[in-house]
Design a protein around this ligand. Structure first.
Ligand code: ADP
Ligand code: ASP
Ligand code: MG
Length: 466
């Protein structure tokens, strides 16, 4: 078999955890399977890099760059000493050189007080630039030949949308030509989360982007399966941090996984499902802390349990924008103007709902883009095309997901009756055209309760019968 194994930040968080990674890979290698590895940064490092880059630009006084670099050195060295005592000098030098580059760049930011999206992407790719050599050393220590490739070397060619780049189709052939020749002899360790534009400028794929790297690379090399190793037993009925008795789903469809990730189930990156879906590559989500658990398999047709609702997500960090005005009634083109105004500012719309009277349209946007969205629409008020634009940042969204919902009457009724009985006011409702998902918006403080109520209503903690 040919397998692509991706290890998330917690799975490579420190020396003992990286050792587990090697223990997971060893038997597959010994059995003669071809393996390629995608690794994330050590847990927390990407966030720290983002914070330090921002701080370097903002700080009036000298920012604590040296201290930050020393912390990174200590953490990565400690991991290296634990997993690869024979390679401490060789790999230690690689880490030192990268840390010296990073330090120089952070000082540069501070002097210039300028952080462009392009330099930010290069800086935040350093989490993976530091973790991958350690993972490689750990494999070599166990006698498994290995080499490291950054995302660009691995063949990921992307758009230039820094911080949220999309992998271009031409990557497939490139990835194949770069990775396939390596597989018979070694286990390549590829830095996740990054790629580069056709001009060679480094980009990142959005937070949690290593999942996306993994499915793109796995699919391109014709892997039989892509395994996403994380810190929970699989995709669950909802975030186990929110609902303690959330249950692992043995299988979900690509469509269900896509809706879940799009609506905030952090376990997979929102763009990571599509590449696998295109070529029917199965994705397995497994726990590196509990490898014997079968995990969740993501495939085209999930075994339909008789249950129609499978999982719930809850996400915050969103805001509601409502555009109102009788002027909109029966007037073609208003919706187009709204969406064009928002698209020009690159504002991502997560949910849309229009009242049947056409007197208002509500949109859910990322909270960080709220001011931009309201400003973009204010011209339409000035021109008298709409009466007013209001906003509400105090909201959360809940999505109810399950392929069985398509064509099953009464689901929405159950959802909103349950909300009513729990005294939760539903501010906005949207049903995706795929009918795999019904999502709605509530007051932010009602979000967790809404999930609890629905988890009980659809008895998601219980094994499905039959
Ligand atoms: P990694 O570093 O391995 O990529 P992440 O933290 O990105 O891990 O994703 C795993 C986390 O996703 C879990 O610890 C869990 O808290 C969260 N999560 C949110 N929704 C779900 C869900 N439906 N099923 C499983 N995990 C979920
Ligand atoms: N290290 C990156 C992040 O923390 C990418 C990833 O972990 O998938 O977002
Ligand atoms: Mg992740």
């Amino acid at each position: 078999m040919r397998l692509l194994m991706k290890f998330g930040g917690t799975s490579v968080g420190d020396g003992p955890r990286i050792r587990r990674v090697v223990e997971i890979l060893e038997p597959f290698h010994a059995q003669g399977h071809e393996l390629a590895v995608v690794t994330s940064a050590l847990s927390g490092v990407t966030g720290q890099l983002i914070d330090m880059a921002t701080e370097s630009v903002r700080a009036k006084e000298k920012p604590a760059i040296e201290e930050f670099i020393e912390n990174l050195r200590t953490r990565h060295r400690a991991a290296l000493e634990t997993v690869a005592p024979d390679y401490v000098d060789e790999v230690g030098r690689i880490l030192d050189a990268r840390l010296a580059d990073l330090q120089a760049m952070l000082f540069g930011l501070h002097i210039l007080r300028e952080l462009s999206p392009r330099s930010k992407d290069y800086i935040i790719s350093f989490g993976e630039r530091l973790s991958a050599p350690v993972v490689r050393a750990a494999l070599r220590q166990k006698g498994i030949p290995s080499l490291v490739l950054d995302g660009c070397e691995a063949g990921l060619v992307t758009t230039g949308q820094h911080g949220d780049a999309i992998v271009l189709p031409e990557s497939d052939a490139k990835i194949r030509s770069r990775i396939l020749p390596l597989l018979p002899d070694s286990v390549p360790v590829i830095m996740g989360y990054m790629g580069c534009t056709p001009q060679g400028v480094v980009t990142t794929l959005g937070r949690s982007g290593s999942d996306y790297s993994a499915t793109v690379i796995g699919t391109a090399i014709g892997a039989d399966e892509v395994w996403i190793w994380t810190d929970v037993d699989g995709i669950m009925t909802t975030d186990p941090r929110l609902i303690r008795d959330a249950r692992v789903l043995p299988s979900v469809s690509y469509l269900e996984a896509m809706e879940l990730s799009y609506f905030g189930a952090r376990v997979m990156h929102p763009r990571s499902i599509e590449p696998a879906m295109r070529k029917n590559t199965p994705i397995r989500v497994k726990n590196s802390f509990n490898p014997s658990h079968p995990g969740t398999c993501i495939v085209r047709e999930s075994k339909r349990d008789r249950r129609v609702v499978k999982a719930l997500t809850h996400f915050t960090g969103v805001a509601l924008v409502t555009i109102t005005g009788a002027q909109m009634i029966g007037r073609p083109g208003v919706a187009r103007m709204i969406f064009t105004a928002l698209a020009e500012k690159e504002i991502n719309i997560m949910m849309i709902s229009q009242g049947s009277s056409e007197a208002n349209i509500s949109l859910l946007v990322d909270a960080t883009q709220l001011d931009l969205a309201v400003a973009a629409l204010s011209d339409m008020v000035k021109q008298g095309i709409v009466r007013e634009v209001t906003s509400n940042p105090d909201v959360a969204a809940v999505a109810v997901v399950g392929a069985g919902m398509a064509g099953t009457p009464g689901i929405s009724g159950r959802i909103f009756t349950a909300m009513g009985l729990a005294g939760i006011n539903v501010i906005m409702i949207s049903q995706g055209s795929s009918e795999v998902n019904v999502s709605f918006v509530v007051k932010e403080s009602d979000g967790p309760k809404a999930v609890r109520v629905l988890h009980d209503e659809f008895r998601l903690s219980e094994e499905p019968d039959g």
